[in-house]
Ligand binder design. Structure first.
Ligand SMILES: NC(=O)c1ccc[n+]([C@@H]2O[C@H](COP(=O)([O-])OP(=O)(O)OC[C@H]3O[C@@H](n4cnc5c(N)ncnc54)[C@H](O)[C@@H]3O)[C@@H](O)[C@H]2O)c1
Ligand SMILES: [Zn+2]
Ligand SMILES: [Zn+2]
Length: 372
């Protein structure tokens, strides 16, 4: 049975998103039809809009969705209609990375997340009768309804009933990316200094996680003073404006160098500065979407001699449900107060929400798409 949905269509940088009717395909065996309650807007949605990532346009984006299950495919056993779910990125389940619970590095990440179709090339969505690129991160949740998959749809246990879905939604990308970079990928050690470059959702999540593990000092760097003030509320011990010699101030504060430098800006110069601040055995984690043609330059002797690491990190090395539920447990315990980052918008205000994010007024815009 065909499902009609309202979806926000992205046609590129020079066009506003427009909410229009689309048709969703019949569910394949592993698929789950979700009525979307809320979806966060992530910088990666905008990177696709700006053609920085190889996702076909026009497309229906949205990859931080949460909602209520309406129907499940014939092969889905652990999820049923009525379940409260949160969605994340998709993966194949059979490649060498998926085999060792490292699905963010799935060998088949592109066809499952960014090809605009299912991995087998069939469309999940039609617009005016023609195939429309969707299945973004296996969900495309800037829409009233979405087709997601058994592997990227997680049922929320009842202990989280008190957290509204329009709060939980962004846990599946930006928040897990920053927190996971600290907790899973770099495995930040208590007592070592960390600097986080960029205090957006990803950077703020990293700062909260650095506080959880007891890193010290925790240094936030941004160009936006309001964000720096919030970073201090969330756990940063120091906050420096990048326009005001942040590099010099970090050198003064930690003359022995940083144990960890985490870049979320995707700006080459910032990453190279961050790298140059590392102590021996230091790790420079990078996650920002940058120009596909960018290359970084590191000094070979410092790289080898100090045993330093440059670490590309995708999705915070999340293993799916276990990590997301761990973060929500930190939230319940008051250690991961990500609600302080969220500003809500009605679905019809998607363009205003993007503007608020790009102007730096709202750290994590979340669209309210239907009532829970
Ligand atoms: N690797 C992954 O798995 C993954 C997942 C999610 C997001 N991302 C990417 O991570 C990046 C961060 O995402 P976000 O949602 O936090 O974005 P964001 O735009 O909210 O945050 C970026 C921050 O960097 C700050 N900034 C800009 N120039 C700076 C400078 N020179 N020095 C210091 N700070 C500066 C901005 O003011 C902003 O606060 C994006 O590029 C996004 O596409 C990657
Ligand atoms: Zn994202
Ligand atoms: Zn895989």
């Amino acid at each position: 049975m065909t499902t009609t949905a309202n979806a926000a269509i992205c046609r590129g940088h020079d066009h506003p998103f427009t909410i229009e009717p689309v048709e969703l395909a019949d569910l394949a065996a592993d698929e789950i039809l979700v009525r979307v309650v809320a979806c966060g807007i992530c910088h990666t949605d905008l990177a696709v809009r700006d053609a920085q990532l190889p996702v076909p346009l026009p497309v229906v984006l949205g990859h931080e969705g949460a909602g209520i299950v309406e129907a499940v495919g014939s092969g889905v056993t652990g999820t049923k209609p009525g379940d409260r779910v949160v969605m994340s990125f998709n993966s194949c389940g059979t490649c060498p990375s998926c085999d060792v619970d490292a699905p963010t590095y799935c060998y088949n990440f592109f066809p499952h997340n960014w090809s605009g179709t299912r991995a087998d090339g069939t469309p999940t969505m039609r617009y005016k009768g023609e195939p429309m690129a969707a299945n973004f991160f296996g969900q495309s949740t800037f829409a009233s309804h979405a087709i997601a998959h058994d592997r990227n749809t997680f049922v929320l246990p009842s202990r989280f009933d008190g957290i509204p879905l329009d709060m939980i939604a962004p846990i599946g990308c930006g928040l897990m990316t920053g927190a996971g970079a600290v907790l899973n990928a770099m495995q930040v050690r208590a007592g070592l200094p960390i600097a986080v470059f960029g205090s957006g959702t990803v950077g703020m999540a990293a700062i909260m996680a650095a506080k959880i593990v007891g890193a010290n000092p925790i240094i936030a760097v941004d160009v936006n003073d309001e964000r720096l003030a919030l970073a201090k509320e969330l756990g940063a011990t120091h906050a420096f404006n990048a326009r005001d010699d942040a590099v010099g101030k970090i050198k003064e504060l930690v003359p022995q160098g940083l144990g960890y430098a985490f870049d979320t800006t995707g700006i080459n110069k910032v990453i190279e500065d961050a790298w140059n601040l590392l102590a021996p055995k230091g790790i420079c984690g990078i996650v920002g979407a940058s120009d596909p043609a960018d290359n970084l330059t590191f000094n070979e002797a410092a790289f080898m001699g100090g045993g330093r690491t440059v670490m590309g990190i995708l999705g915070g090395n999340s293993d799916g449900a276990p990590f997301l539920l761990e973060l929500l447990d930190h939230h319940l315990a008051g250690r991961f107060p990500f609600d302080k980052l969220i500003g809500h918008f009605d679905f019809s205000e998607i363009n205003e929400a993007i503007e608020a994010s790009e102007a730096g007024h709202v750290v994590k815009p979340v669209l309210r798409i239907s009532a829970e």
